[in-house]
Design a protein around this ligand. Structure first.
Ligand SMILES: Cc1ncc(COP(=O)(O)O)c(C=O)c1O
Length: 304
């Protein structure tokens, strides 16, 4: 579908079909959907449109939501989780009128229960849930994408599961007036014809079933990786749900890089530090190779 769309590049894009497909997939009205150039564009649009008096970002999480708010001139407070990195709603100030959470969260891989997220919703508050990795969980039990509640905004990305980061496609689900406001702030034709074709293709029952199969395999592969890491004595944040795991393992990132394994540094995430790394879940053979390299590194590292 994406390749076919290249034949239509002479015309400006029309998002009608993709928007209808997204709405149908989540049981929402068409006027409750805004297609965006990735989740990243959604953060910028929200930051431009919302006028929070007290904006709170729950960390550790993807740093762009906070960066977008700051770039639009908003002051941002941080709620920093620790321990098992589960969300305690008591930590969120009562008068916060904008709260941003990732679910499941990058980089911790923690999925917050829908019950906890719902408890954050209240009159006068906007709750933004970044569900860029929601389709990593079979059946998406903790997703709020289909829930219509005042003040609730859900952001989704098609770039993760589908490996389409270069295409730039995501969407926002919210009440119709919020979507209309965001649409007004969005540049004309922000989402290209091939990206719209991808959105449509990813909403078909066949694509959803394929993503579900992938998510089940992901869970198996993740269990394999986690048990290998734990058998080496690494501390893995419990109950990971996304396509990566977050691990406290000091002084291994650079030696691993020399051995051909790129793991994500943790020190750029508020609430983590340089002892932390994020490791992508791969097939068991790749995990075995990584675990072997890790074992060698741990046995030779002078700081361990
Ligand atoms: C949690 C999270 N949300 C959103 C994004 C951005 O997604 P997109 O490629 O759709 O802009 C990322 C990218 O890494 C991410 O990790």
């Amino acid at each position: 579908m994406v390749r076919d769309a290249v034949g239509d590049l002479a015309a400006y894009p029309s998002g009608d079909r993709a928007r209808a497909a997204v709405a149908e997939r989540h049981g929402r009205g068409v006027d409750e959907v805004l297609l965006t150039a990735g989740a990243a564009e959604a953060f910028v649009l929200l930051a431009r449109v919302l006028r929070p008096r007290r904006a709170v970002v729950v960390h550790p999480q993807f740093t762009e939501p906070e960066a977008a708010l700051a770039a639009a001139g908003h002051r941002v407070e941080r709620v920093i989780l620790s321990g098992a990195f589960t969300l305690d709603p008591e930590l969120v100030p009562d008068d916060a009128d904008l709260v941003m959470v990732g679910n499941p969260t990058n980089p911790t891989s923690v999925s917050h229960p829908v019950r906890i997220l719902r408890s954050l919703i209240r009159p006068g508050r906007t709750l933004v849930v970044d569900e860029a990795f929601a389709d990593c969980i079979p059946g998406e039990p903790e997703s709020l994408a289909s829930v219509q509640l005042p003040g609730l905004i859900v952001i989704r990305s098609l770039t993760k599961t589908w490996g389409l980061a270069g295409l730039r496609i995501g969407y926002v689900l919210a009440d119709a007036p919020t979507i209309a406001q965001l649409a007004e702030a969005q540049p004309l034709w922000a989402v290209s014809t091939p990206a719209l074709a991808a959105a449509e293709a990813c909403m078909t029952p066949r694509a959803i079933a394929e993503a579900e199969t992938w998510a089940r395999q992901l869970a198996t592969d993740r269990n394999y990786l986690v048990s290998g890491l734990r058998s080496l004595g690494a501390h893995v944040i419990p109950n990971p749900q996304a396509s990566f795991v977050c691990v406290r393992l000091p002084a291994v990132r650079l030696p691993l890089r020399e051995k051909g394994f790129a793991v994500r540094r943790g020190d750029t995430f508020p609430g983590l530090g340089e002892d932390w790394i994020r490791i992508a879940v791969r097939d068991p053979d790749t995990s075995d190779a990584l675990l072997k390299a890790l074992e060698v590194t741990m046995n030779t590292s002078p700081t361990r």
